[in-house]
Design a protein around this ligand. Structure first.
Ligand code: FA5
Length: 335
């Protein structure tokens, strides 16, 4: 039979168990569970202290109280392990949604600044009666040069530094140097009247600088019909400039040379007290109309080609065209 000292010691084991159980039930976080473990089960913890105190008991009492204390220790260890497992499984796995956190704005994509400018320009021409069409970026020499009145020996080919593509066919293939070959493609497969704008990428084998890229976009325009004159070209491009740059935009035309137009011009806009060239244009050369099978005594037309990145640079005060294609989010997210 245990004496009164044993009973007291066993009682204190039970009391410790009660205190430990309720403290364990109250512990919720990993930190609180660890604090509980140190407090009750650690080397200097309460249960360990109680077990150490057994040494002062008589040997028989020590057995009884020791057995009780070891049983309680095993029970508490099991309970502790259960609580740790429960805390672990209640934590959301990595990547899942924690609905208790405040909402965060998800990162969304946006249209590339070139795409935004291209859409603004093509939509402006769409509203003026031009239809948007596209053509291939990998092009035949015939369309990029020959059909546009630039035969093989013509020095005007030197205007375009060309990326040629290795090919096993008889046709010479290149990355188009401008969007003008789509003029020839559209005329080859359609009868007048024609009013199209052609956005798309172009490639030139040239050194880059603040205003030149080796890959850039152009927007071509072509109108062919009976009775089209240079006044139609000027009126259309004036109207375009007003819609894109504002109602008071001043525009200047100067003579320029492109083999596929006659006469040829470049168009500049007045910008911060200076004239800045934004496109080449002109009346479609009769030979280009004939190459497409049109009667050049019946039909006339005008064409133009502009760089949307250069126009976006003006409108958005961008100082270097290379930002458009360097994929730097610090630049792209400003649009
Ligand atoms: C042409 O490419 C002619 N095909 C334009 C044309 C079409 C004239 C129809 C007449 C009739 P040009 O090489 O000047 O012309 O280029 C036209 C525009 O494309 C330039 O004004 C410029 O805005 C843009 N551009 C040309 N080269 C580059 C380049 N390396 N980097 C960025 N933009 C360029």
């Amino acid at each position: 039979m245990p004496n009164s000292q044993d009973t007291k010691a066993v009682d204190s084991v039970e009391e410790l168990k009660l205190a430990a159980t309720s403290a364990l039930n109250a512990a919720e976080t990993n930190e609180q569970l660890e604090a509980w473990r140190v407090d009750f089960m650690g080397r200097k913890g309460r249960l360990t202290g109680l077990l150490r105190g057994l040494g002062s008991l008589a040997i028989e009492d020590r057995k009884i109280v020791g057995a009780a204390a070891n049983r309680v220790r095993a029970e508490l260890e099991d309970m502790f392990e259960d609580r740790v497992q429960a805390a672990r499984s209640s934590q959301a796995p990595v990547g899942s949604i924690d609905i208790t956190l405040p909402g965060r704005k998800p990162a969304t994509g946006g249209l590339h600044p070139s795409t935004q400018m291209i859409r603004e320009i093509t939509q402006t021409f769409n509203e003026m009666g031009f239809q948007t069409v596209e053509g291939p970026e990998v092009e035949l020499e015939r369309y990029n040069f020959d059909m546009l009145n630039i035969p093989e020996t013509h020095p005007a080919r030197d205007m375009f530094d060309t990326f040629w593509v290795d090919s096993e066919t008889n046709d010479d293939i290149l990355l188009r140097t401008h969007t003008s070959p789509v003029q020839a493609r559209v005329m080859e497969t359609n009868d007048p009247p024609i009013r199209v704008v052609v956005p798309g990428k172009c490639y030139r084998y040239e050194a880059t600088d603040a205003t030149h890229e080796w890959q850039f976009n152009q927007i071509e325009g072509l109108a062919v019909d009976e009775g089209i004159t240079f006044a139609d070209l000027k009126g259309t491009l004036y109207e375009f400039a007003r819609r894109i740059f504002g109602p008071n935009q001043k525009v200047r035309f100067r003579c320029d040379f492109f083999p596929f137009v006659e006469p040829g011009v470049d168009m500049s806009i007045e910008w911060k007290g200076d004239w800045l060239e934004i496109m080449g244009a002109g009346m479609v050369h009769p030979r280009v109309l004939e190459n497409a099978g049109y009667d050049s005594t019946k039909y006339t037309g005008f064409a133009f080609g502009m760089g949307p990145e250069r126009i976006s640079m003006l409108k958005n005060e961008i100082t270097d065209i290379r930002h458009f294609f360097s994929n730097d989010l610090r630049f792209l997210t400003q649009f």
